[in-house]
Design a protein around this ligand. Sequence first.
Ligand SMILES: Cc1cc2nc3c(=O)[nH]c(=O)nc-3n(C[C@H](O)[C@H](O)[C@H](O)COP(=O)(O)OP(=O)(O)OC[C@H]3O[C@@H](n4cnc5c(N)ncnc54)[C@H](O)[C@@H]3O)c2cc1C
Length: 447
Amino acid sequence: MVSKVTRSPGADSSGIFRRPRLVLKLKRFEDLPAVLDKTKSYPTPVRVVGADYSQTRCVGGDGGTTVDLGALDKILEIGETTVRAQAGVRLGTLVQALAERGLELPLTPEMGQISLGALAVTTLPQASYGAGLAQLSSCVTELKLITPQGKQMVVTERERDLMRVLRSSFGLLGVVHEVVLRLRPQTPVKIDYQNLSLKDFSARFNSTIKAPGALRLHISPFNDRITVERRTLDEMASLTRSGIWQIRNSVMRNVLPAFGSTVGSVLAAPGLRAVMLSGMQKALGSTRGVAIYAHEWMRDMPTEAWKARHTYSLWAFPEAAFPQVLAEYFAFCKAYYKEHRYRCNVVTGASRLHQDRGSLFSVSYTGPMFTLEPSSTGDQGWDDFLIDFNDFASGLGGTPTFNQTRALQVEHVAKAFGERIKLFRALRQRTDPLNRLRNSYFAYLLG
Ligand SMILES: Cc1cc2nc3c(=O)[nH]c(=O)nc-3n(C[C@H](O)[C@H](O)[C@H](O)COP(=O)(O)OP(=O)(O)OC[C@H]3O[C@@H](n4cnc5c(N)ncnc54)[C@H](O)[C@@H]3O)c2cc1C
């Protein structure tokens, strides 16, 4: 077998296995069946790791075998409407190769490290342009995977129900080694900003959501500011990159990820932080008519120590109730600060999501939604804040994700997904009766 095995130390100080016993760097997908078959050589659970940028323990080694597919990094075939690539290819690499041919994915996230294997099986909601396509996995039209029994399977979008479950499978139903993704011709995106108070945002909400385009929000509860970023596809737009767009991108690329190590301590003083955030929002608010290609907003996070520097958590809420949810979020943040002297030190993000039933655990499965993404440098108090924020979000009918919602509890999951959890559990038990692919994180949340 052409692979590299490294041995991880065993249990952590709590006595619980969080890390894998083995990390296997696989060079050929043909070796996967043997790995799954040999339980003595490759201890259970067998978990796949992509880029390892998830916000939760969804990879979760648990004293088993972690399979790193990073070496399966070939883009196999670029056509006019689809691209075929191996699971270890990073999205940033793919998007760049497509841009060189005048092509793009229908959705482009801001982070480039995401592996295509993870893209296919996790929940990655993006500010969306229309119904049916609000999660990256909905761009997947074909998957090749190895089942827990070591069998090769090819699934296309013609098998809708199976595809829907696989797109939310987190490595629990099989190991994906190849994907096909839908493409479209590269189209300029016009970007406009509006800088609003909560009152103005609520008053204009209906017209805001009716107008065409994808919506991304930058929210500061303590400054009463919501910057609405509208991205409109416009084939006729000529590309312009105003100075403020460069600044916005530079802040996204350089300042936010580095907050923890550079300006984080300076910004600890609430006054200074407010000045910087509101200055940025004011500047964005006066930006009009920037037009760029989507791949230009993608950035790579620093490869080291990112976890400590920029973290966030994500819940989604029904669109119709979103102004009310925001009002309650502002009140929650202020009350929390009053009681615990903690507030998030990075702007809260949000995206409008159209309904998308392409994956079982899609956060906009039941209808159009808005996400709410409190963000921070992971400073002291953040973990406790999230525990209370989760109860707040669940209480307001929010829907979480398994890879981007931190500190999730089983009751949050049961409330949000109901029958969908039962369906997935039954299928997982049938597909993997020996729990070869299941780790403790999913055993707790999904059974
Ligand atoms: C600072 C920061 C900014 C971010 N910004 C964005 C953003 O702008 N947009 C966005 O969408 N996301 C963003 N993310 C989220 C992030 O992209 C995803 O949560 C995560 O990166 C998924 O990709 P990954 O390759 O890291 O997956 P991993 O964390 O490695 O894996 C995720 C899950 O998928 C399973 N898996 C991985 N590969 C396979 C496979 N081949 N077969 C079967 N199962 C597999 C794993 O076992 C695990 O359960 C951001 C994250 C961070 C830390």
